[in-house]
Design a protein around this ligand. Structure first.
Ligand code: ARG
Length: 403
């Protein structure tokens, strides 16, 4: 086994990473520094400090990354209207490069030669962590215990905990729990009964949205302000990126917005089924498309839509810190210079519908489009020639085909 001097572990304080922490200390016999990120997962993080300290960790890092997560990762992605396979808002995918960035930063600060994570060998997250580490510091080694140790089942995992006096919470004693990943953008739930895509997801898997059926019978009208492609205010009140997303998560959750039951194609090659809840993100996507609809030129908007699936796939597959993602980002960001103004939406029983939009940079011309007599010079005869020339090749083609 390669000699490792010091490891920085991405540590949640949960059962799995607690076992990983112990395993790293035993296997490598070196110092392990823990790093825990607050991404708005809605869990108290101070208990994590006590847990790590109990396992003999001297250097315990708990960092609030909520603002950085939303402003430097979620918002840039939103500017692209990114959806993987047409539906998934990439809530887990976009958090991994941020965590990796900080793992690398801490590793350099403390002089560690390796980083470790608790992602399993079948998922996308291992790929995302490791591609990001490769791109940010190729000299760092990556340790992925789930691929290295010989724990192969839930039973063996619990036995290992028992043997090493790692407390197992009573709700973790029985069969494997759902695999849940939560942050300010979404909650994702996989595993157990969800592994059968023919089974309807039971109601209790949903954690941050009400069932649209039980949502309020009265719609709620909200207005979101945008500046250069990014949301900056809700109902006229300016907010920081994390505060704004938190606010919209509350509103969306109450109205049952942003639920998704999806079978997706993992990068690693298998299909998987998951339940996603992305209340604020779903509202923001609708609102962003709303403000773009009046501020983007047609060809600019269509080009964005063409590259979007490619951009989303890069993020899904873990290529956030790759040159082609940065190139596409530059294109997307450039397009947003005039994407400013206000969008009003109606939140009602699971839907977030744009009902009006306005912008000082609007390209929309009522004068041009109106059915009434208008002052703007638009010669109707031009339209006749436009259609005649566009139809030229269709007339030749139809004549040849004998129509
Ligand atoms: N399948 C989703 C993705 O690859 C979520 C992965 C993490 N979620 C989880 N419940 N473990 O982005």
């Amino acid at each position: 086994m390669t000699k490792i001097e010091k490891i920085v572990l991405s540590y949640s304080g949960g059962l799995d990473t607690s076992i990983i922490l112990k395993w790293l200390q035993e296997t490598y016999g070196c110092e392990v520094v823990t790093f825990t990120a607050d991404l708005g997962q809605g869990e108290e993080l101070e208990p994590v400090r006590a847990k790590a300290a109990m396992s003999g960790v001297k250097d315990i890092r708990i960092v609030d990354l909520r603002e950085e997560f939303v402003s430097d990762f979620v918002f840039p992605m939103l500017r692209a209207n990114a959806l993987y396979e047409g539906q998934y808002l990439l809530g887990s995918s976009i958090a991994r490069p941020l965590i990796a960035k900080h793992l690398v930063g801490i590793a350099r600060e403390v002089g560690a030669d390796a980083v470790a994570h608790g992602a399993t060998g079948k998922g996308n997250d291992q790929v995302r962590f490791e591609l990001a580490v490769n791109a940010l510091d190729p000299s760092l080694k990556v340790i992925a215990p789930w691929r290295q140790w010989n724990i192969r089942s839930r039973m063996q995992l619990l036995e290992y905990a028992e043997k090493h006096h790692i407390p197992v919470p009573s709700d973790k004693r029985g069969e494997a729990p759902f695999s849940i990943d939560a942050n300010l953008l979404h909650t994702s739930t996989e595993g157990k009964i969800l592994e059968n895509p023919a089974e309807v997801a039971p109601d209790h898997v949903y954690q941050r949205t009400v069932d649209p059926v039980d949502a309020p019978d009265t719609p709620e009208i909200i207005t979101i302000g945008f500046e250069r492609g990014d949301p900056v205010s809700v109902n006229g009140k300016s907010m920081t990126p994390a505060a704004l997303l938190t606010e919209l998560n509350g509103l969306g959750g109450r109205h049952g917005i942003g639920r998704l039951d999806l079978v997706e194609n993992r990068f690693i090659g298998m299909k998987s089924r998951g339940i996603y809840e992305t209340p604020g993100g779903t509202i923001l996507l609708a609102a962003h498309r709303g403000i773009e609809s009046i501020t983007l030129d047609r060809a600019a908007a269509h080009l964005k839509d063409e590259i979007m699936p490619r951009y989303a796939e890069l993020i899904y597959n873990g290529f956030w810190f790759a040159p082609e993602r940065e190139m596409l980002q530059a294109l997307i960001d450039h397009s947003q210079a005039f994407v400013s103004g206000e969008v009003t939406l109606r939140l009602y029983k699971g839907s977030a519908s744009v009902i009006s939009r306005a912008s000082p940079c609007s390209l929309y011309s009522a004068n041009l489009v109106t059915f009434e007599e208008s002052a703007i010079a638009f010669d109707h005869h031009d339209a006749e020639g436009f259609i005649r020339l566009n139809g030229l090749r269709l007339r030749s083609w139809a004549a040849r085909n004998g129509r």
